[in-house]
Each structure stands twice: as C-alpha cells, then as structure tokens.
Design a protein around this ligand. Structure first.
Ligand code: KG4
Ligand code: ZN
Length: 336
C-alpha cells in the first residue's frame, strides 16, 4: 500500500493506493485563489501547498481507514512542475518517509497521467497509445511497459490546456479555462468561426497551439467588446473545435500505425467532453480499444502518482534525502 502526494501545480493532493485499487484520493484545489490573477501564481501556490498538505495527507489516510504505519512506501511527484510547489510535496514526503524509515518513490508527473490508466475500474495494460494533454504539457506517449513511455510527439510551444486557459482569459470566462470554454461552447456553433488547425499538414506527431491563441486575439480585437460578448458561445465552440481537431488529427495519425491495440487519454484536457466524444468515435472507426478514466483521474490527483509508483523502483532510507525536484521535462522517460 502506497501513500502518494502530488503538489506540482495548484492542487494539493494525497491518495492511498493499493496496486490498481484507489483507497482514497483527496484533491484540495487552489483554483479559486488563483482565479483573480487569471492563472496560477507560483509563490501563492507554494505557500498554499504548505498550509494544506498536512491536512490533505491526514484526510487521505483517514478516508482509506489506514495509518502511516500501514504504508509500504511514500510516493511523490518530483517534477516537472512549479519548483516551489514541487518542493513542498517532496519535502513533506521525505519527512513522512524518513520518520517511519519507509522507502520513497519519486514519480514523473507525466508518467502519473499515463499511469492513471492502470487503475480500477477496468485497468488498461500496455501496449497502448496515450494522449497526455494538460496545462503544462501535450504529448503522444507510446506505452509499451508500465514503468515508462516513449514520447512520440509533443507540443512545440503552448500546451493544449494552456490554449484553453489563455482563450478563456481572452473571452473573460475565468480560470481554469478548459471547463469554462467547454461550458460556454455548449450554446455555441463550432463552425461559426474559422480558427486555424495548426500542424495538420505536418507529417510528424508534434503539436502547436500558440498560433490559435493569436488568431483569437485578432478575432476579439476585430469584433470589439460588445460583439465579442454576444458571440462568446460561438467563439468558445469554434476555438474548442480547433484545439480538439488538432489533438484528434495527431492521435489518428499515431493510432493508424497499427502498432497500438488501445488508445487512452490523460491530463486535465482529457476531461473535455468533446475530446472524449471524438476519441471514442476515432477508436470505433479504427477498431481500437478505448480507455477513458474518470474525470477526477484526468485532472491532477495523487492516485495516479501512487499508481505509477507501484511499478517503479523505490529508494531506501536515507538515500532519498538528497533527492531533488526538477522543474522541466527530463529525457529520462524512455524505457531503458
Ligand atoms: O493535468 P492538469 O490538472 O494540470 C496540469 O498538469 O497542468 O491539467 C489542467 C489543465 C488546465 O489547463 C485546464 O484548463 C484543463 O486541464 N482542463 C480542461 C478541462 N478540465 C480541465 N480542458 C478542457 N476541457 C475540460 N473540461
Ligand atoms: Zn497534470
């Protein structure tokens, strides 16, 4: 049984996981705190993690009906993410582990999003193709074994979630932008505006979203304040369509190789209803197994970190005490 912590961005998370079983998963979102700034303020996030983390750990243990003495290991996200935020989780995890002489399992956040698919119900076993799209990352992962993945393509600039967040900010829809755009889009026509779908003629598996955001900036400027307000549902629906079109286009290209019997989604953008619907259509068309995890396992959570930790080597006490967090992607994600 593993106690897992996740504090890479603006959610303070702890979970208790036993193999594919989630015994508890607590997520204390700071979104409302950051909303007035239109995005996550790193220093505010770190301080808030510090305030919340002990209570969240206590709640996760209580919810699972276990105590720290029952844990076999402590897992924690070591990166990538906001460095100050990561350090709160890592220091807390080191402290908890060291006090009980437990081993520590540092987990890559992106591996966590992939590993959410290993959890019940209906755990997915490799090989599969996983589109990971979040606020900080967008990549296609070829998953051949549980302990890692091969990045097949990634965004060259903004992440898909970032495009949602920046678009929502431009349209005055608040933070986080993904759910806000999705809600506004429900009343809109996705064909009302013609936004560019980047990289569609590019033969590779990389993504690009910065041009789309710029296109929205120009469109909003052209329309002016009042017309933008009136057209917000159409703008949201068309903008969402352009993001999802690109994601599905690349997913289709990767899935068509015939190498992958199943397709999965991960990361906060995997909560998007339109992306889920279109991925299901794609899998039906290509005859591939589809795995969609519950919404609460798409957005940041610690259960996915516990899931990844269960298939990784742990570091025994006291060797992890000098282990450091990392802010940006490492190239160590390929299975060796
Ligand atoms: O994985 P996540 O919780 O945190 C990061 O690792 O970044 O992803 C957060 C991102 C945000 O950009 C948020 O706007 C987006 O996921 N998101 C969505 C939806 N729910 C969250 N994007 C589109 N549609 C949604 N329903
Ligand atoms: Zn994430």
């Amino acid at each position: 049984m593993i106690l897992a912590l996740e504090t890479s961005c603006d959610d303070t998370c702890a979970a208790v996981v036993d193999g594919p079983r989630v015994l508890s998963s607590i997520v204390s979102s700071q979104a409302s705190l950051h909303e007035r700034f239109g995005g996550v303020v790193p220093e505010v996030a770190s301080r808030q993690h510090l305030e919340l983390v002990n209570g969240v750990v206590t709640a996760a243990l209580a919810d699972a009906g276990v105590s720290l003495a029952d844990a076999d290991a402590i897992a924690v996200t070591s990166g990538p993410g906001l460095i100050g935020a990561l350090l709160v989780g890592l220091s807390t995890a080191k402290g908890l582990a060291a006090a009980s002489r437990l081993p520590l399992v540092p987990v890559d956040h992106l591996h966590g999003h992939v590993a959410a698919n290993f959890l019940e119900p209906e755990p997915l076993a490799p090989p599969f193709l996983c589109l990971v799209a979040s606020g900080g990352h967008t990549l296609l992962a070829g998953v051949r074994e549980r302990s890692g993945f091969e990045p097949l393509g990634a965004t060259l600039d903004d992440a898909a979630g970032e495009a949602f967040d920046k678009g929502a900010r431009l349209l005055g829809l608040g933070y986080p932008g993904g759910p806000a755009i999705q809600a506004a889009a429900e009343a809109g026509d996705p064909e009302a505006f013609d936004f560019p779908v980047a990289m569609s003629r590019d033969p590779g598996l990389d993504f690009s979203f910065s041009g789309l955001k710029t296109a929205l900036v120009y469109r909003v400027r052209e329309l002016g304040e009042e017309a933008t307000r009136e057209a917000t549902p159409d703008l949201a629906a068309s903008y969402q369509r352009a993001i999802v079109d690109q994601l599905i286009g690349k997913l289709r290209r990767a899935a068509s190789s015939g190498e992958w019997p199943a397709v999965a989604l991960g990361g906060g953008v995997a909560a998007n209803a339109e992306l889920r619907r279109r991925t299901a259509e794609l899998c039906a068309e290509l005859g591939l197994r589809l795995k969609l995890v519950a919404i609460e396992l798409c957005t940041d959570n610690a259960a996915m970190i516990g899931s990844a930790a269960g298939v990784l080597e742990s570091i025994s006490y006291p060797h992890y005490l000098s282990y450091d967090a990392f802010a940006t992607d490492r190239n160590s994600l390929r299975p060796s």
